[in-house]
Design a protein around this ligand. Structure first.
Ligand code: BG6
Length: 364
C-alpha cells in the first residue's frame, strides 16, 4: 500500500502534484478569470451577501484555515479570520447571519470541529465544509461542501490533504473576489497561478534532496524558531507543528515582526531559526530581522525566492518556486513537510505514527 516508499508520509507527499491537478480540473474558468465551486450551494448573489468569513479547524487544518483567511481577505477584500474549532465551541461565539462559516477537516470526523458545526447551525449560521472524507459526519452536517479529493491519507502528519485544502481556499477566494471587486485581469492572473501550482509542486518534490543539509542542521537542535509574517506566518506555524509532531524537536512559530518584542532573548548558537523571506512587499523587513538573529550568532535556515539577495546573511538557503504573491504560501508549505520528514528520518523516528497522536480525534 506504500507503493514502494518507506513511509506513507513520503508516498502521500509524492502524490501531491497529481491530487492537486485532479482537484483543480474543472473548477477554473480562465476566460472569466474566476473559479467555480458549485457544491458551496451558493448563488453569486448569496456569495456576495456575506460580509465576513470565519474559518474553523483543528491542528494543521487550523493553520491551513489561517492561510485561507489571508487569501480571502487579500483577494476578495472581505474581513476573514481563522480560529481553532476546539476553542470556538466553548467561548459562546456570536453567530452572525452575514458571516460565511467554513470548517476544514481531512477526516470529517474531528469531534471539536463537528461540534462547532452544530453550534453554528443551532444559531442559524450558514456553514460550508472543506473536507476530504466523502460522506463523513461533518460532510453530512454542513450546508455546502467542497471535497478536496486528496484520496486516503494514512500518515498522521497531513500533507497532500493540507495542500489541497489550501488550493480550495485559493479557489474560494477567487470566486468570492469575482462577485466583489476583484478585476477580470487579477482574476485571470490568479486562475493562471492556480493552474501552474501542480507543476511547481513537482519541482519542489523532485529537488527534495536540496533540503538535506538544512535537515542535518535542524536535526542537531533541541529547539527551533520558525518566523514569518503576514502570508508567511501560517506557513511558519504549520512548519513548526510538523517538526514537533514527527521529529519531537521543540519548535515554535512567531511573527517575524514580534521577534524583538520577546523571542530574540533565546536566540543563540544553539537555537536555529527557520526564516521565511519571500519575494514580496516585506522582503527588506524580513532581511533586517534575519540580521538581528545573525548578530546574536543564531543559525539561520532561510526559505526564499529566486532574485532575493541574501548574500549579506550567513544562512543556509533554499529557493522555493515563485507563484503569484497571494498563492506563495501554498508552495512554501511543501518544503516544510519534506524538511520535517527528513529530520524525523535522520533521528530514526516512526514517521507515520508519531507518539501520543492520532490521525483523527473523534472524542473530546
Ligand atoms: C489532529 C491530527 O488530531 O487532528 C492532525 O493529529 C490534524 O494531523 C487534526 O490536522 C485535524 O484533523 P482533521 O481530520 O479534522 O483535518
Amino acid at each position: 500500500a506504500r507503493s514502494g516508499y518507506e513511509h506513507y508520509m513520503m508516498k502521500e507527499m509524492m502524490e501531491q502534484p497529481q491530487v492537486a491537478e485532479q482537484l483543480i480540473g474543472g473548477h477554473l474558468d480562465e476566460r472569466h478569470g474566476t473559479t467555480r465551486l458549485p457544491d458551496l450551494n451558493l448563488s453569486p448573489r448569496e456569495l456576495r451577501s456575506f460580509r465576513r468569513v470565519k474559518i474553523l479547524g483543528c491542528g494543521s487544518a487550523y493553520y491551513v484555515g489561517q492561510m485561507g483567511a489571508q487569501m480571502i481577505a487579500e483577494i476578495a477584500r472581505i474581513p476573514a479570520d481563522a480560529e481553532a474549532a476546539s476553542e470556538f465551541r466553548y467561548r459562546a461565539p456570536l453567530i452572525e447571519a452575514d458571516t460565511l462559516y467554513i470548517v476544514v477537516s481531512q477526516s470529517g470526523e474531528t469531534a471539536d470541529t463537528a461540534f462547532a458545526v452544530e453550534e453554528i447551525k443551532r444559531k442559524g449560521g450558514y456553514v460550508v465544509g472543506v473536507i476530504n472524507a466523502v460522506g463523513s459526519t461533518i460532510a453530512r452536517a454542513v450546508d455546502g461542501r467542497v471535497y478536496i479529493h486528496a484520496g486516503a491519507e494514512v500518515a498522521v502528519a497531513s500533507t497532500k490533504a493540507l495542500t489541497n485544502m489550501a488550493i480550495v481556499f485559493a479557489m474560494i477566494a477567487v470566486e468570492m473576489g469575482r462577485v466583489h471587486d476583484l478585476s477580470l485581469i487579477d482574476g485571470r492572473r490568479l486562475v493562471a497561478g492556480i493552474a501552474a501550482l501542480p507543476g511547481k509542486i513537482t519541482q519542489i518534490i523532485e529537488n527534495r534532496d536540496l533540503l538535506d543539509p538544512l535537515a542535518l542542521t535542524l536535526s542537531q537542535a533541541s529547539s527551533i524558531y520558525y518566523i514569518g509574517r503576514v502570508r508567511g506566518y501560517p506557513v511558519a506555524s504549520e512548519g513548526a507543528q510538523k517538526m514537533k509532531e514527527i521529529s519531537y524537536i521543540h519548535a515554535e512559530s512567531y511573527q517575524t515582526s514580534e521577534l524583538k518584542h520577546g523571542p530574540l532573548a533565546l536566540v543563540s548558537p544553539e537555537m536555529p531559526t527557520v526564516a521565511f523571506i519571500p519575494d514580496d512587499e516585506l522582503t527588506d523587513r524580513n532581511i533586517a530581522a534575519a540580521e538581528q538573529i545573525m548578530a546574536r550568532q543564531g543559525p539561520l535556515v532561510a526559505f526564499t525566492h529566486a532574485g532575493v539577495d541574501l548574500s549579506g546573511l550567513d544562512a543556509q538557503t533554499y529557493v522555493v518556486p515563485k507563484s503569484e504573491p497571494e498563492l506563495d504560501p501554498i508552495l512554501l508549505t511543501i518544503p516544510m513537510q519534506l524538511l520535517a520528514y527528513k529530520v524525523a528520518v535522520l533521528l530514526g523516528h516512526d514517521v507515520d505514527k508519531p507518539r501520543n497522536l492520532a490521525k483523527s480525534v473523534t472524542v473530546e
